[in-house]
Structures are given as C-alpha cells and as structure tokens.
Design a binder for this molecule. Sequence first.
Ligand SMILES: Nc1ncnc2c1ncn2[C@@H]1O[C@H](COP(=O)(O)OP(=O)(O)O)[C@@H](O)[C@H]1O
Ligand SMILES: [Mg+2]
Length: 500
Amino acid sequence: MTTIGELSRQHTQLSKEQTTHLVNLVSEWGMLADLCFADLLLYVPVEGDNWMVLAQVRAATGQTLYLADWVGSTTSADEQPLLGQAFSSGVPIEGEIFVQGVVEDCRMMAIPVKYEGEVIAVLTREWSRRTGRQPGELERTYLEMFDKFAAMIVKGTFPFAGRVADSSVAPRVGDGAIVLDADSRVRYASPNATSALHRVGISANAVGQTLAELGVIDSSVRQAFERFEPVVEEFEQTADVTLLTRCIPIVDIVDEESTVLGAVMLLRDVSELRRRDRLILSKDATIREIHHRVKNNLQTISSLLRLQARRLESPEAKAAVAESVRRIRTIALVHETLSREPGDDVAFIEIVRPLLRLVEESLQSPDRPVRFVVIGDGGRLPATVVTPLSVVLTELLQNAVDHGFPEGDGGGNVVVELDVSDTELRVSVIDDGRGIPDGFKLADATGLGLSIVRTLVTTELAGSIEMRPAVATELAAVDLVPRDRNTGTVVTLRLPLEHD
Ligand SMILES: Nc1ncnc2c1ncn2[C@@H]1O[C@H](COP(=O)(O)OP(=O)(O)O)[C@@H](O)[C@H]1O
Ligand SMILES: [Mg+2]
C-alpha cells in the first residue's frame, strides 16, 4: 500500500509538517465523506503541470462515482481546471466534470486545503446528481455541516492540529449523529441517534434541549467546547448501555480569537462490543484459574507419593515412585506456566528452564555432577503440545542422567538443543555419557521411560524419534569434548507444527 507520506516524499515539495496536516485531514475525512454523501479525493500539484491523487475515500452514506482506486495516479491541469482555480484563488469552486463511464451531470467541488496561511492541496467532493439521495432534513443538515467543515479546511482550522488518527471503533456518521448549536443545544438528531437515545430511555424530542437536560452524559461536549478540539468519550449511560461518543466542534477564528459555532456529536452504542470484551476477559481469567487449581492438585498428589516413598524399603520401589513424582511435577510445572499466560500457548523455553532445574534438583548427587545447558529457542507452542512434550523431555533427561552417568562414574554434560522452523520443532537431548548399550534398538526397548516417550511422540505429537550414539563432531558442535571412555548419546525428536 502506498501511503500519503511516501507519495508526498517522492512526488511533491511538501514539508514534513504540511504532509502531517494532510495525513491528519485524511484520518478525519471518513466523517466528511459521510456528511456530504460523496467521494472525496485529495489532490496535490506535481511536476509537469499535473495533479496527483494522494488519497481517496468513499462515503458510507452514498453511492460512489469511482469503482477504481485513483491513489497515486495523475491528471493534467487542463483536464481538471477547477483544481488549479481553487488552488490559486484559495476559495472553493464548484463545477461540471466529466467522469468516464458516467453519462452526465457529474460535479466537483474543489476545496483548497490551507496550512499556516498557504494552500498546500485541494480536497474535492465528486458526485453525480443522478444518483444523489432524495433531499430531506437529514441531507440538508449533513450538507450544511459539511460546508462548515469545508470552511474550516479553507481557513486551516480543520483538521485539528496534533490529533491522533481515529481508532477503528470510533463512531461514524451512520452510527448516529447529533448536531449541536453554539449553546450546545440539539439542533438535529439523526434517526440512528434518536434510536440510541430511546434505548437509554430518552424518548422526549431532543431538539432544542441540551444533552444535560436530556440526561445524557455531556462532558465530551463541554470539553470539546472548552478546548476547541474533538473529544472522545465512552460511558455507561445505563447499566446495560455503553455509549461511545465523539464530539467535533465547529470552530471559527474571529480577530484571532477562537469561537465555537456548534458541534457534531457522533455516537455509537458499543454495549454489545463491551459485553463481549468483558466475557473474553473473564473467560481468560477462568482458564488461568483452572490451570492454577490443576497445578495445586498435582502438587498434592506428588507430595502424597513422596510420603509413600519414604515408607518403602526396596530401593527399586523407591526409585519407581520417585520417577512418578518427577512426571507429575513436570505436568504441574506446565500448568503453572499456563496459569500465568494470557493465552493458550506458551514460550517453550519458559518450561524447559524450570524443567531442567527440576531434574537437576532431584537427580543431582555429589559423586556425579551433571551440567545442564539449553541452546536455542522453541518458539511458542500450544498447551496441547507443551504438556506431552514436557513429559517426554523429562524422561529423556532422566535417562541421560541415569544411564549416561551411572553413580560413581564422575558425571558429565547434558545439552538440550531447540530449533524451530515454520513447519517443524526439533528437540535434541545430547549427553557425553557412556553411550547406549551395543545392539540397542529403540523399537525393541521395553523400559517404561522410552515406552512413554514413543507413545506420546508418535500419537499425541505425531512426530518421530531417533536415538543413536553421538559422533565427535556433533558433540563439538554443542561445545562438548568427546571422551575416550565413551561416545555419548543423541536423542532427536521432530515434531510437525500446525499453523492456523
Ligand atoms: N542417554 C542414554 N544413554 C545410555 N543409555 C540410554 C540412554 N537413554 C536410554 N538408554 C537405554 O535405554 C534403556 C531404556 O530406557 P527407559 O525406557 O527409560 O527405561 P529405564 O530408564 O527405566 O531403564 C535404558 O535402560 C538404557 O539402557
Ligand atoms: Mg528411563
């Protein structure tokens, strides 16, 4: 997409401030197009006696003349004489134009855009008399408002300086418009505005009364009148109805003194939108709370198992229960992390680090110091992947310690390497321990640990596992020095990642 800034930099001599003025104008002009039921185009003079279209907007309230997008295209000064006339005279001019494909009666109103006393561009309203709306009170009032804003554009008082662009939820003319006079009394309320007032229990005829008299919260109006600039305000008018209002004052400068001639207040009923926001927020909080409770319950279970292990005599039984405790604590850890996250996915590294600490704490012994290192990053993973993957990782770490570095063997290093691409997550657990036994085949392994790994990886994670002796270069790649007594072991998991 080409922006006004880019086009202006490449094709015009406009200064940064002048360009900003045009950007501000365009951020406000959806309202202007709606008020005049017509297309608006913004032209600037460019090289070779031509005019370039910097921006274009269509009205939500009327039919467009142009199906095509003209931004970035040029037209010659001869073809559109009104542009030059408005630019040099500094006053708006209206006249016939010829539009390809539209039979007759197309009109253009060329409005010079002034910034600090100098005309810098021409804003045009372009429409066909044939497709215009039946004139009624709404049409007359809106056009009158458009003319007032056009007069401000010519004087350089619209757009308002330093205004940030409208947010997408800001009300538009079609949502409901109220025209206020200089005493902030309602002069006109559009049918949609009247309906919105009805919904908050105001059924009196609004015309002639102030918003305060009607019982509508009117601080946006008071502020707009005091500060001479648009004011957005959202309020809960009743327990069920939230209104978003934007009050745009019509300002004139007489003897260097700003006065407010009136205002247009746009209002939108955002109750439904806010209700949904609140629902999503509370749903998010509920999910987090549930993760928190699951974590607490799992911790209770692991404590109970630990108590039981203490009463056991057989070392084998003690070890088996200790393994179970580690598995449960791993799952608890995942839930704890999820309970702190706003969404349903987590940065995998946030789990891997505490997981390593957990394994370190429970397996480390003074006669076999094992150093754990993580390399890389796993990206963000959904909860459904993180839980089984963490259980798998715990088994692999446990095996690396148990079988790579048997008690009394002096310890060593374990590296967890993470690598994520668009389509795949690769997790390798590399140890420089004594290596897998001769003739060992993963497919034939009957131990509980590797059975858990195989089941989770191939079913829940739809991935693959490879387990083999590490080669010297592989160890060197992760800063491990191969020792002569062994080769070390590499276990690699590959998990396909789904994207929505
Ligand atoms: N990192 C490793 N280094 C050496 N041998 C390993 C490693 N990981 C697994 N093994 C071998 O695989 C076997 C099966 O492991 P596992 O299924 O976890 O059962 P367990 O740990 O209860 O023995 C182990 O007994 C061991 O011989
Ligand atoms: Mg094991």
